[in-house]
Design a protein. Structure first.
Length: 273
């Protein structure tokens, strides 16, 4: 069994006096619980995604009594022996912190470079599962930042005991996960599939116009034609054989009008000369 701790700390406004509006505080704790359960369950269970997030298998997560003098909460996370043996007793703490920081950062649009070989392997693989976990955190991360919605000058800091502050959430990271809106009409974009999970239909594509990768979710297709073309595009790109597709999509945007992901309705192969 292995135990580690983390703290979240709100700073600015009422938080400096050790208090928050009760609804905001409740939403933040709910968001904290769900986001930690999602990440911890996937970490302990080989990237299995549990979106209900009421508990996590193989790990116990407990909230410790509040500290006086500031709005700070400590969370204790205890991994079962079987999880520690699979990942490694000596490395599980650092691996978990790398995993948690990447998932939270990616969920709120903050760049974070993995430091462990364990996470680098997941992020660089053709499977999009680690990005799907980050996308599953959207609503939880919005709740976690609820106090910032009330006071935009407030920030929330994730800290690691004896190490220091790891990441900061603010009004920009809140906007990134707020007011998600799916377009009513479809549009056509051109690009390549970079990662894809054939089981869930979730993936990543490079958008030629935006010039960066974007997550996508493919609609259900009983014929499997859509999934087969998405896999083909990814494989051709890896071989340097093009793999360009014209995607019919509906864009999902956030409060900053940034494209968060696409709903892929159909694709057509582009045969380059």
């Amino acid at each position: 069994m292995k135990e580690l701790s983390l703290t979240i700390r709100f700073e600015g406004g009422d938080a400096d006096e050790g208090r928050l509006p009760i609804y905001d505080a409740a939403a933040a704790i709910t968001g904290l619980a769900r986001s930690l359960n999602i990440v911890s369950h996937s970490f302990a269970n080989e990237e299995e995604i549990r979106k209900q997030a009421d508990h996590a298998n193989g790990v116990s997560i407990q909230l410790q009594a509040s500290q006086k003098g500031c709005f700070e909460e400590q969370v204790n996370i205890k991994f079962e022996g079987s999880v520690c043996e699979r990942i490694g007793y000596s490395v599980i703490t650092n691996h978990y912190w790398d995993y948690l920081t990447w998932c939270w950062s990616t969920a709120v649009g903050v760049e974070y470079e993995p430091s462990s070989t364990y996470l680098k392997k997941l992020v660089n693989s053709d499977n999009a599962i680690i990005y799907e976990i980050a996308d599953a955190l959207e609503s939880s991360m919005a709740k976690l930042q609820r106090p910032i919605k009330t006071d935009s000058n407030m920030t929330m800091i994730l800290a690691r005991p004896r190490i220091g502050d790891i990441m900061t959430l603010d009004s920009d990271t809140l906007l990134y996960v707020s007011t998600l809106k799916e377009a009513s009409e479809s549009q056509n974009i051109t690009g390549n599939v970079t990662k894809f999970s054939i089981l869930s239909g979730f993936g990543r594509l490079y958008d030629d116009e935006l010039k960066h990768t974007v997550s996508f979710q493919a609609v259900e297709d009983p014929s499997q034609r859509l999934k087969s073309l998405l896999v083909k595009s990814m494989q051709q790109r890896l071989k340097g054989e093009g793999g360009k597709l014209s995607f019919q999509v509906r864009a999902v945007t956030n409060a900053q009008s940034k494209v968060k992901r696409y709903i892929v309705l159909d694709v057509t192969e582009i045969h380059e000369a």
